[in-house]
Ligand binder design. Structure first.
Ligand SMILES: Nc1nc2c(ncn2[C@@H]2O[C@H](COP(=O)(O)OP(=O)(O)OP(=O)(O)O)[C@@H](O)[C@H]2O)c(=O)[nH]1
Length: 302
């Protein structure tokens, strides 16, 4: 039984330029291979979470979209989301890349952070790639521009100093409840990737018959206790009933094929057995409604 009085919990936003290692850190801390890592920037575009739990407390990580200068209405929405997220959390982790050094993107983020009241930790990642002598001058550079509550150098890839980071985070969080069961995979980064992957299979199999406006929402994603199996329930939204018919196909054959291809690829990607439950629904004019945009994960238009 956890001691309710000492148990701490709260929400922590992870921010940083693309490629600084946010997903790697989340994966390391949460202990599962969840977010897809890649060398391509902007793989994690929407607001997503990982949950870390131990006997001391629970940290709910919000992997906010990168704060960058917006180019479209949806882009603005994205930056606004990031900004709102930062105001609502208990702590902000600002991740930077020790090997890359400080860039204009970092300065832009620090300018935005000045508008936020939440305490900020500077997390200097990829220290395995720099000489220790170069670390202090780099940290000084950041410190001159912003007043950080803590500065923690780490290697998310190798796990160096990550336990210190956890300790400092937990110290910063208020006493609170356990929001999520310890073994639940919920609202994880891969939801977005799962949705994108299903959408890709739909487009591959339907060609011109289904327009690119088709949207996929992952409604539920949970890991079965003590088993390497993830249950995923997802809905494919089309604009017209006729498209729904096409997507389902004769006796459900097309939908079945979409599900089969998506499942096989997801199993490879996530290294886990997948039970995929796919639905098709008609949602008229979803593109025009902001509410639905939210639901669909603030996806930026190509
Ligand atoms: N050497 C080294 N490489 C790292 C470390 N952390 C992350 N990387 C690498 O940096 C690259 C980007 O890492 P991600 O975790 O995908 O970065 P991200 O910040 O989540 O990127 P976006 O999702 O695009 O915003 C990957 O190739 C990682 O393997 C680290 O501590 N050391």
């Amino acid at each position: 039984m956890q001691n309710q009085n000492n148990f701490r919990s709260g929400f922590v936003a992870l921010i940083g330029r693309p490629n600084v290692g946010k997903s790697t850190l989340m994966n390391y801390l949460v202990g599962q291979k969840i977010a897809i890592m890649s060398d391509k920037p902007q793989t994690t575009r929407n607001k997503i979470r990982g949950v870390y739990t131990d006997e001391r407390g629970q940290i709910v990580f919000l992997d906010t979209p990168g704060i960058h200068k917006p180019h479209s209405k949806l882009g603005e929405l994205l930056v606004q989301t990031a900004q709102n997220a930062l105001d609502e959390v208990d702590l902000v982790l600002f991740l930077v890349d020790a090997a890359e050094g400080m860039g204009p993107g970092d300065r832009f983020i620090m300018e935005n952070l000045k508008k936020v009241k939440t305490p900020v930790f500077l997390v200097v990642n990829k220290i395995d790639q720099v000489h220790p002598d170069d670390l202090l001058p780099l940290i000084d550079q950041y410190r001159r521009l912003f007043s950080f509550k803590e500065v923690v150098p780490i290697s998310a890839l190798q796990g160096n100093n990550t336990s210190t980071l956890l300790e400092l985070i937990l110290k910063e969080l208020p006493p609170g409840p356990q929001y999520y069961p310890a073994d639940q995979v919920t609202d994880h980064p891969e939801r977005f990737i799962v949705a994108e992957l299903i959408r890709e299979k739909v487009l591959q199999l339907t060609r011109e018959e289904i327009p690119h406006s088709v949207a996929v929402v992952v409604e539920e994603m949970s890991k079965r206790a003590n088993r390497n199996l993830i249950d995923i329930r997802a809905t494919i939204f089309t604009e017209r009933p006729s498209q729904k018919g096409i997507l389902i196909g004769k006796k459900g054959s097309l939908l079945k094929e979409v599900g089969k291809r998506a499942r096989e690829e997801l199993e490879r990607l996530l290294g886990s057995q997948i039970f995929l439950d796919l639905w098709v629904k008609v949602k008229k004019d979803w593109r025009n409604e902001e509410m639905l945009l939210r639901q669909f994960g603030y996806r930026e238009e190509e």
